[in-house]
Write a protein that binds this ligand. Structure first.
Ligand code: NAD
Length: 370
């Protein structure tokens, strides 16, 4: 357990500053109530950094990130920069940061909040009780493999899905370690009936599984998994998969939660862990104070869990979110079509979670004092 943390906040563009503001408020409250020493610094990234410093990831931002214990990111992206080449756009700053921090395991929980089951396009009886943790390999596979090229003369293009045994083994270990603390099941997803790279994946995961006899391992082909996730989401616990499959499947599973604004993520395993809500900068609602801050607040809970081992405090944040949702409070993205919803602004929603959290921690401290 670490009670002292240097946290770099890179709020970024659009709704990034609005939602990270609420996440930081919650973290400051946890620090105050728990007597922890959390030091926050802020630096620019994305479009705001291009405007201020001519680069989507200024050297100073990267230096401070590498000297921090954790990085909390809002979102990057702005329509203003759409005409720039991809490597100069705001999103390039985030890709560069992810690479520099070196996290190879991207954790994306997809959790069916009981009071939000009617928000999902799936039937409530299908989603209720679903609680999946995706462990997606983030630094290998098709997104990084060489050779890659669009040969315009030949009118052909290619990318390479490449993994080494060690790259698979290290992310598999993360998945099994997490499964030990959950419902003790890992579903490894591949396409081993067609791809050699998936055969290596499957053989390596099977080998690593032997070190975790208490965890059940099953293998699914990615196409079948896409169907099972929608039909029987409750059957999954930890889903382990490579970069591209994980990108697609974790977005698919987001429908379980009912809104993009509810999804947190953590990228671990590198020099410094990176925490970010799954959503983007949402230019369509930026500045309107209607963004859902719960994905960012739940991301703060992941930060406490994975960078500080403060499991009780992480649980308290999640319990505070649950309480506020159970009381019928919603942001606009969650309140659509629900007549009884009490629709709040970003700040008001953050304030409700903050108040519920203070109450929970006070109660916990009073119990420990008895
Ligand atoms: P987006 O996630 O920003 O928005 C998709 C839709 O979801 C929009 O209608 C938006 O209003 C809504 N939404 C997203 N977050 C919400 C929240 N917290 N509360 C309420 N509604 C929310 O995706 P997009 O529109 O495809 O992309 C916009 C910009 O964000 C682009 O520049 C894109 O490149 C960038 N982007 C950044 C990240 C990141 O920083 N990690 C991720 C995805 C997209």
């Amino acid at each position: 357990m670490t009670k002292k943390l240097k946290i770099l906040v890179v709020a970024g563009d659009g709704i990034g500053p609005e939602v990270t503001g609420e996440a930081v408020r919650v973290l400051k409250s946890v620090a105050e109530l728990g007597g922890y020493d959390f030091q926050f610094q802020e630096r620019p990234i994305g479009g705001v950094a291009i405007k201020a410093h001519g680069s989507p990831l200024p050297v100073e931002t990267l230096d401070v990130a590498l000297a921090s214990d954790a990085v909390l990111l809002g979102a990057v992206g702005s329509n203003e920069f759409n005409a720039l080449p991809p490597d100069q756009r705001p999103e390039a700053g985030l890709l560069k940061l992810r690479n520099a921090l070196g996290g190879f395991a991207n954790l994306r929980p997809a959790f069916a909040w009981p009071s939000l089951s009617s928000n999902s396009p799936l039937r409530p009886e299908v989603v209720e009780g679903a609680d999946i943790l995706f462990v997606r390999e983030l630094l290998g596979g098709l997104y990084f493999g060489q050779p890659r090229q669009w040969d315009k003369e030949a009118n052909a293009a290619w990318n390479t899905m490449r993994y080494t045994r060690d790259e698979v083994a290290r992310v598999a270990r993360v998945a099994f370690e997490l499964a030990v603390k959950r419902r003790k099941k890992v579903t490894s997803v591949d396409k081993a009936n067609v791809l050699e790279v998936s055969q290596l994946w499957r053989a390596t995961v099977t080998e690593i599984a032997k070190q975790y006899p208490g965890v059940a391992l099953e293998h699914q082909y990615v196409d079948a998994c896409a169907m099972h996730l929608m039909n029987t989401p409750r059957n999954f616990d930890v889903v382990l998969t490579e970069n591209l499959f994980g990108d697609i499947l974790s977005d698919e599973a987001a429908v379980i939660t009912g809104s993009l604004g509810m999804l947190p993520s953590a990228t671990i395993g590198g020099a410094v862990n990176l925490y970010e809500p799954v959503h983007g900068s949402a230019p369509d609602i930026a500045g309107k104070s209607i963004a859902n801050p719960l994905g960012a607040i739940l991301t703060a809970a992941m930060l406490l869990r994975y960078s500080a081992g403060l499991e009780d405090d992480a649980n308290a944040i999640e319990a505070a979110v649950r309480k506020v949702l159970n009381e019928g409070y919603r942001t606009a993205d969650l309140g659509r079509g629900v007549a009884s919803a009490k629709v709040l602004s970003t700040r008001e929603m953050g304030g409700r979670v903050h108040a519920a959290l203070n109450e929970l921690i006070d109660r916990r401290q009073a119990m420990h004092a008895v």
